[in-house]
Design a binder for this molecule. Structure first.
Ligand code: ZN
Length: 245
């Protein structure tokens, strides 16, 4: 209690820069009690966390399904647009060593999942390649999954999927067919986990064409998963999926 008082006093005298916009908030722009300890974010940024309306959160995973696709109608839950808060926050959590922002964003995602009645047995984050993990020091999808898991009470397990193909960054490939080929066969499931008959939620930060989530979902189905819901924190997609999960 004493330590909390001292810390609050220090925060009042020496407020921190906002983790998202980097600005130094004035007294009205500070929210020391609304977010986890040590996490600093201003009201201005938090006011830009605006989810899609409930009827705009479900999509078909692949924006352009291909011929012979074994799972052409996989659902994608993507409740936030890639604009406002997340347009700034996602690059920060990926390229500016800001892991706490990923976990916080995961908690936002988790609270919407609860509201939307999404149930599952397991959450599985999309793994990074070992090279990129080394470079970044953490996997943002894993932290988003952890944040969501704490809110939803669905366990998040990171070792279920591994990347067996070191793919190019999907964002650097503009052609849709190339994106699909780039991630084809990129994932396998670990023999240490039995996911047979389980309902799994796959978690990633951003979805564009949906190819990465789709490939990972195929690997989970091949390992016997009963149902896979692809989930991305945010993205911009125009085509809606009428099917509910
Ligand atoms: Zn801010």
């Amino acid at each position: 209690m004493k330590m909390t008082l001292i810390r609050d006093a220090i925060d009042t005298i020496l407020p921190h820069n906002c983790l998202v916009c980097g600005k130094f908030p004035d007294a009205d722009g500070r929210i020391p009690y609304a977010v986890p300890e040590g996490f600093h974010i201003c009201f201005d940024c938090l006011s830009k966390v605006v989810p899609q309306t409930p009827d705009q959160r479900f999509f078909t995973c692949l924006s352009e399904p291909y011929k012979g696709d074994p799972y052409p109608q996989l659902p994608l839950y993507m409740p936030f647009p890639y604009k406002g808060f997340f347009e700034t926050a996602v690059p920060r959590m990926k390229f500016h060593s800001c892991p706490e922002l990923a976990e916080f964003s995961g908690a936002l995602l988790g609270s919407l999942m609860v509201k939307d009645g999404i149930a599952a047995d397991l959450m599985v984050p999309i793994p990074l390649s070992s090279g990129r993990l080394k470079e970044r020091g953490y996997n943002q999808a894993e932290l988003i999954s952890k944040g969501a898991s704490l809110v939803c009470n669905i366990p998040s397990v990171s070792g279920v999927l591994t990347r067996i193909k070191d793919t190019e960054r999907q964002t650097e490939i503009t052609d849709n067919a190339q994106r699909s080929l780039n991630v084809h066969g990129a994932f396998k499931t670990s023999k240490d986990y039995d996911i047979a008959r389980l309902r799994v939620i796959l978690i990633d930060d951003v979805a564009t064409t949906g190819n990465t989530l789709h490939e990972a979902a195929c690997a989970l189905y091949e390992a016997g998963a009963a149902q896979v819901l692809c989930c991305a924190l945010c993205g911009n997609r125009a085509v809606l999926n009428k099917e509910s999960y």
